[in-house]
Design a protein around this ligand. Sequence first.
Ligand code: FES
Length: 116
Amino acid sequence: MPKITFIEKNGAKLEVDAPLGLSVMEIALKNGIAIEGACGGCLSCSTCHIIVHPDWYEKLDEIKENEEDMLDLAFDIQKTSRLSCQILMTNELDGLIVALPGAKTPWKDSGINGLL
Ligand code: FES
């Protein structure tokens, strides 16, 4: 079973099972991670925002314009920010590392795309 590591706001790391085909948002919710996912994954909110570890960011499908538009509304936006409902788990993403907005990690930047 593939795994994802979530880094929570307090810096705690939580590695969870990541079933193939589920979105990262769905996996977070199944595991009690503090992601809201208010629109249920239909790309009409930004409450599923996560920050992807740079080593993994390039392995994701390219971000689409409508996802970028919603990300503009998110808190703590970073260069590797994504909406977790738009990332579907695959074998290639086994080991994915993501942080919740507000979490302190060595690889986060600040205001890189001028949105802060
Ligand atoms: S859950 Fe609303 S955009 Fe992802």
